[in-house]
Every structure is written in structure tokens, then in C-alpha cells.
Design a protein around this ligand. Sequence first.
Ligand SMILES: *Cc1c(COP(=O)(O)O)cnc(C)c1O
Length: 371
Amino acid sequence: MISEAERAGAELVVDLGAVVANWRALRRMVGPRVDCAAVVKADAYSLGMVPVARALAVAGCRSFFVATPDEGTGLRRVLGRHGAIAVLHGVPPGAEGFFARHRLTPVINDLGALERWGRHARARGRAAAAYVHMETGLNRLAMPAADVERLIADPAPLRGLAATWMGHLACADDAESPMNRAQLDRFRGLLARLPKGAASFVASSGIALGRDYTFDQVRPGYALFGGDLAPGARKMRPVVRLRARILQVRRVDTPGTVGYGAAHRVTGLSRIATVPVGYADGYRRSLSGRAQAAIGTRLYPVVGRISMDLTTIDVTEAPANTARPGAWVDLIGRRAPIDTVGAWAGTIGYEILTGLGRRFPRRYVGGPDGA
Ligand SMILES: *Cc1c(COP(=O)(O)O)cnc(C)c1O
């Protein structure tokens, strides 16, 4: 029987050793007194939460963040009794018992939820952990300023809770943005007026802003998975490689076109390689005519429209023995990093990663129990 990758004609190779190396590199950047958590929401940015979280846990990571309660219970099964799991979207009314049973820590985004969670902890007679995410300028999901002021005036809802004060930056990927300092000042101002507790302020990009920003805990996701911390910041180790097998190579001569809409016109005798990955796999249509793909170490242009299941690459310049049916092409990898593919697609690497399809298998290398 041929392998799953051969049947799919493509595979996503995920280097768990590189994930762990990235986590260790970030930990070194923030220093020994700062907890380096791992954000593994959205199935670890589609790379597979179970193997990713297991590799990080084996490496010593003890704090994880997910978005939803279901992601939290899935992660709890992986971690067993060990490790803290914070749920960014908070605890829905009536779900307090569920959170306690699965040892999930809510990120609290309004005063009502804090009151519910505190009441539940006091009724159980056990101190419970909570993140309190305070609005500092992102205006997305966090405790509104008026609620924070009420909490400062009357901290009674915090009884029985061990609170970690949390914030989140809007423009962390732009070190020059005045928003960073403004949000930092607001966060510090609130900390000075609130009961003492640990603080967690930044995700991947914010780590590059320096130690003023890292407080007691940082919450990287994207950088663990090989994404750039920020433009010009140190590079993380690449983690993913999307490989596809050439199905067919054809000669097209002038006048001739390639793909839907006859959008690409060849000039002169060309060789076009077709691979079985398309926009249904997250290789976005906006990459048409803009992306490049690697055979070995050389890049070749993606030409014509990317279709649902197929992509065409101009391999005229490639030696015939490399661009042949059955050969493998890297659509994402060292020569085409996720941030670059994101830029080619007119979006960000995050959207490329999280949008990767499920039609091809994930193959894990470099892991604690992998190759
Ligand atoms: C997603 C998320 C993170 C992780 O962000 P990255 O940019 O991937 O490091 C951290 N904190 C919050 C509140 C998030 O929503």
C-alpha cells in the first residue's frame, strides 16, 4: 500500500523539534523569571493541538491557552492532571462546574463573569485561578473600563480567586506604533490600583518589544509555529512544510494559456507542472500569479489561476530530472516561509497557517515520540 501522503498527493510536515526550539528561544528572550505559555487554540493554528501540546509539555511548558471550552477539554485529555489551561473566551453562564471539573481557568472578560466564578469558587471552598483580561485599547474582548473601575472601588468579587491581570496589544508587530506605549501605560496604571497579582500582557510580537512588556507571563502562539515575531526581529525556526507531488508536466507553446480564465499566457515553449493542492486546501486563490514554489532549493513561479484542487507551476527553467511527475514541490517551506506566503496572498501568515486544509495528512518529525 502506498503512504497516506502519496494517496493525498501532498502532506504537511510539522517539525515538533522546531516548535520546542522556538519555545526555548522565546523563554531565553524573556528570561527565567517569566513564564512562557503556549497558545494552542484553533488546533494549534491547524498544526494539530495534540502532538504540539504533548511535545511542549514534555519540554517543560506548563501553561497553555485555548480559545473555547471544548478546546480546553481536548487539551486536558492530552495533559492529564498536569499543566494550566486558560480559556480565552471565558466561562459561559452555568459552565462554572464544567470548568472546575476539567480544571480549566477562565479568562474573565466582564465583571458579571468574575462575580459568578468567584461565587462558584467560594461555594466549593477552594481557591480558584482566574485571568482578568482588562481593556487597554484593543476594544475587542476584555473587561470594559467601567467594570475595572468598579472592581478597583470594590474588590470583593476577587475573594477566593487567585487573579492574573491580563492585557493584549493592538499593534505589537509595529515597534514604532505609539499604541504600544499607550497601552503599556494604561495597563501599568491599572495594576498600581488593583490588588497584587501576576500579570500577562503580550503575545508573540510583543515579546520583541523588550522586557518592559513581558511582566510575569508571555503568551506566544504564532512564533512557536515559525512565524516572524515582528518585521526585522530575529527569525524563529521554520516549523511547517507543505509538500505536493507533481501529477503531470506538460509542454505549452505560444499561443497558449494555462488554467481557468486563460489568465496566464505563455511566452515561448514552457513546461507547466501540476500539483494536487488548491484553494480547498488553504492554498489561496489570491496566490495565483504571485506565489513561488520550490523544487530542492530553487523557486519557480506559480502561474495561472489556482483552482480548487490543483495548482500550476512554470518549471521551464528546472532541470528535466527534477521537475517530473512524482517529484515533490514545496509550496510552504524554507524557501517560501509562512510570512512570505501570507504576503504573496495579500494576507498574514496566521491566516495561511490556520487555513491549511485537512485533505492532506500531517506528518510529525522531531517530536518526543516522533522521528
Ligand atoms: C491568539 C492570542 C495570543 C497568541 O497570539 P500570537 O500572535 O499567535 O502569539 C495571545 N493572547 C491572546 C489574547 C490571543 O487572542
